[in-house]
Write a protein that binds this ligand. Structure first.
Ligand code: PMP
Length: 419
């Protein structure tokens, strides 16, 4: 058989290089953050080595260079998500920052007393709490569309929840807990039928699925760079030009105004600069552009095939382990995530046990405790894959699970912070 198209990719990740001591790390927490390939690390170092200066100070060459790299990065992101215009791309610190931006600017203006915002039952706290807080502040109601047994949210179920006071719908593209892929295009169509704008949380989608914001019909689409092989501190808010154009600034400060005098009213610059107050993380944006170009270079079909192979393999192998239950149906539409529960064991026990076998997975409620409550689970143990993940790593998980016992959770887990 031909070599897998991604078989050489692992060598591009310095973090994954074998240490020579003990078994190599099986890093299977890629939904939390991915490791970074050499070209991304190099691009960040190159920025700081050859172009580091602040943007928008065009009176010297170096600043023009930094500005150029920052705006080129915006264009790369535009192409990656197939936005119509580069000024529809706002750089943020990540998904959480992007959703908060929308809650405090776009939604703040259109949501009033008696209105409602609709979210799905599977949202990560970052696409739940900003809407919930806004509803509390505005006297509005947050309504939840359930996901049947953790499966994709059905367009009819969304239609049933939408009312004449619904002002906004916010849905995740892919669940960070179960890897469920929502039919975002159909959900957006249902909302648009009622004239309701749609925010899509794409944090778990961009590294796995081709994302075309126009094909989806998303009014807003948010993601984090660090989950797609880019540096931490890089993130994206895509917004349709007509909707972004009127937004008030999120934060105010340098870079957002045309000029300020002590007595005249303030007038703000156009988006995206209006929404990017202060010095942005230029190095991270440069790294993000490099990561997206690099990922595209692997071929989206190859990435999807690799994900599908690993998810199906993991489901099959893990189902064969005594007491292990795969939660949901991750193989139906694979997106790089497989969550399991082990009968009679707390997910922390399982996570700690795997850790001692050199396997890093996430255990617990994955910042989505409301969803776990609906599923009737204390938590799950989540395997999440990246382009460098292997079947061998899945085999190691299965092998280690054969010896897990209760009471192994002895470390003081930071379980309050990551809820
Ligand atoms: N939404 C989803 C679905 C996520 O998985 C995450 C990250 N775990 C976030 C939002 C928040 O992303 P960040 O922490 O990068 O802002």
């Amino acid at each position: 058989t031909a070599a897998h198209p991604l078989s050489a990719v692992r060598a591009e990740f310095p973090f994954l290089a074998p240490s020579g001591y003990g078994p190599p790390l099986a890093y299977l927490d890629n939904a939390a953050t991915t490791q970074k390939p050499r070209p991304v690390l190099d691009a960040v170092v190159d920025f700081y080595t050859t172009a580091n200066s602040n943007i928008g100070r065009g009176f010297y060459e170096l600043s023009r260079r930094a500005t150029g790299r920052y705006e080129e990065a915006r264009e790369v992101v535009r192409r990656f998500v197939n936005a119509a215009h580069a000024d529809e791309i706002v750089f943020t610190r990540g998904t959480t920052d992007a959703v908060n931006l929308l809650a405090d600017t776009f939604a703040e203006r259109i949501v009033g007393p008696g209105d409602d915002i609709v979210v799905t039952g599977m949202e990560h706290n970052s696409n739940l709490l900003p809407w919930r807080r806004l509803c509390e502040r505005r006297g509005a109601r947050l309504r939840i569309v359930p996901s049947p047994a953790g499966g994709p949210v059905r367009p009819d179920d969304l239609a049933a929840v939408l009312g004449h006071r619904t002002r906004l719908v916010a849905v995740s593209h892919v669940s960070n807990v179960l890897g469920t892929v929502n039919p975002v295009r159909e959900l957006a169509a249902v909302a648009h039928d009622r004239g309701v704008p749609v925010v899509v949380d794409g944090a778990q989608a961009v590294a796995h699925l081709p994302v075309d914001v126009r094909e989806i019909g998303a009014d807003f689409y948010c993601f984090s760079g660090h989950k797609v092989y880019a540096p931490m501190g890089s993130g994206v808010l895509y917004g349709r030009r007509e909707l972004l154009a009127d937004l008030p600034p999120y934060q105010v400060g340098g870079g957002t105004v045309k000029g300020v005098s002590h007595d005249a009213p303030v007038s703000y610059v156009p988006v995206p600069a209006r929404l990017e107050a202060g010095t942005p993380d230029i190095g991270a944006a440069v790294g993000l552009a490099t990561a997206l170009t690099w990922l595209d270079g692997l071929g989206r079909d190859a990435v999807r095939a690799h994900d599908a192979d690993l998810v199906r393999y993991a489901v099959e192998v893990l189902r064969g382990v005594d007491r292990v239950r795969v939660v949901g149906d991750p193989a139906a539409d694979p997106a790089g995530i497989v969550s399991i529960a082990v009968d009679g064991l707390h997910p922390y026990d399982v996570g700690g046990h795997l850790d001692r076998h050199g396997i890093a997975v996430r255990s617990g409620v994955h910042c989505a405790s409301a969803f776990l409550d609906d599923l009737g689970l204390l938590g799950t143990v989540r395997l999440s894959f990246a382009v460098y993940s292997t079947r061998d790593e899945v085999d190691r998980v299965a092998e280690a699970l054969r010896t897990v016992r209760a009471g192994e959770w002895t470390t003081d887990y930071p379980d309050t912070r990551f809820r």
